[in-house]
Design a protein around this ligand. Structure first.
Ligand SMILES: [Fe+2]
Length: 302
């Protein structure tokens, strides 16, 4: 099982740059091309919110156009920049985006994907007008009951807001609501192998409720690691990033979720490669290359 995660695209309507600086459409094109070339290919792509920057319908239509070449299924959760109704309108095939306000999710975009070795739970942490995100009684009860239904199945929860302070001051101004209640639920269900989020636009890892929480870098913009409380709010342009989660065994050890940070290094063409691990100008050095004599791969996908 291979799960590729991308996050925080911040698309604007065609031709416009985000914050007059970031060509987020170009970054997404590059990321989709990279996802389609990954070896091994992912089984599924999850997108953890802030698909559009200003929540306009034209931006979601552009998102549909740019994501359409993806070779594998895509599942999304909304972020604080998203307009849920317009997102759902631009992606009519994604029926999970239209939740019944009178149903068990209270109309929030919370759902499960049951088709894979790892169960995926999309959790909507976005409340209109709220930057910091959080949960409520309805979503917490839904999550607890949903986890209770399949206690033996390894599970990954994906959501936009991380339920912890990131130490990036300007991103921590509004605490995640009901994070203690979420932690208690995760603690109760050890099949939760990961909570994985977006929102902070840089890779972060933290132990959470006995599980592991990760944050995926952004597609279109990255936030620098300036941890001074007075750090100004802003971003840098850099290689788009993604997380790739593998449910696998390594050297025969028990199954676990192994996560790689993958940068799309050909961004703006400044990085070259692939370069082999031997001196190409010295043919005798070629014997240093590994791979041939190691026997079967010690890594098995489940
Ligand atoms: Fe974002």
């Amino acid at each position: 099982m291979r799960i590729a995660q991308i996050s925080d695209i911040h698309l604007k309507p065609k031709g416009a740059r985000a914050y007059a600086a970031a060509d987020t459409a170009a970054a997404l094109r590059m990321v989709v091309r990279h996802l389609n070339r990954l070896v091994p290919a992912p089984d599924v792509v999850i997108l953890t919110g802030d698909i559009a920057d200003g929540g306009q319908r034209e931006s979601y239509d552009l998102a549909r156009e740019l994501l359409q070449p993806l070779a594998v299924p895509l599942f999304m959760v909304p972020g604080n920049h998203d307009h849920k109704g317009l997102l759902a309108a631009s992606f009519p095939g994604h029926t999970y985006l239209r939740q019944d306000p009178d149903g068990p999710t209270g109309g929030f975009i919370c759902y499960t994907v049951e088709d894979y070795a790892v169960r995926l739970i999309g959790l909507d942490t976005a409340t209109p007008g709220d930057h910091g995100g959080g949960l409520c009684d309805v979503r917490l009860a839904w999550l607890d009951a949903t986890l209770q239904a399949r206690p033996e199945t390894p599970t990954l929860i994906f959501m936009h807001h991380p339920p912890f302070a990131s130490a990036v001051g300007h991103m921590d101004l509004e605490p995640f609501k009901r994070r203690a209640a979420l932690k208690t639920i995760v603690q109760r269900h050890p099949q939760v192998k990961r909570l994985t989020c977006g929102h902070i636009h840089r890779p972060i890892t933290l132990r959470f409720g006995g599980s592991v929480a990760t944050v995926c870098p952004g597609v279109g913009m990255q936030i620098p690691m300036d941890l001074r409380p007075e750090a100004s709010s802003g971003f840098v342009l850099g290689p788009p990033g993604m997380l790739v989660h593998f449910w696998c065994t390594r050297w025969g050890d028990p199954p676990a979720l192994l996560t790689h940070l993958e940068l799309v290094e050909d961004y703006e063409g400044q990085f070259g490669g692939f370069h082999p691990f031997y001196d190409v100008e010295n043919p005798a050095d070629r014997q240093q290359v590994t791979g041939g004599g190691l026997g079967p791969t010690p890594f098995s996908l489940l």
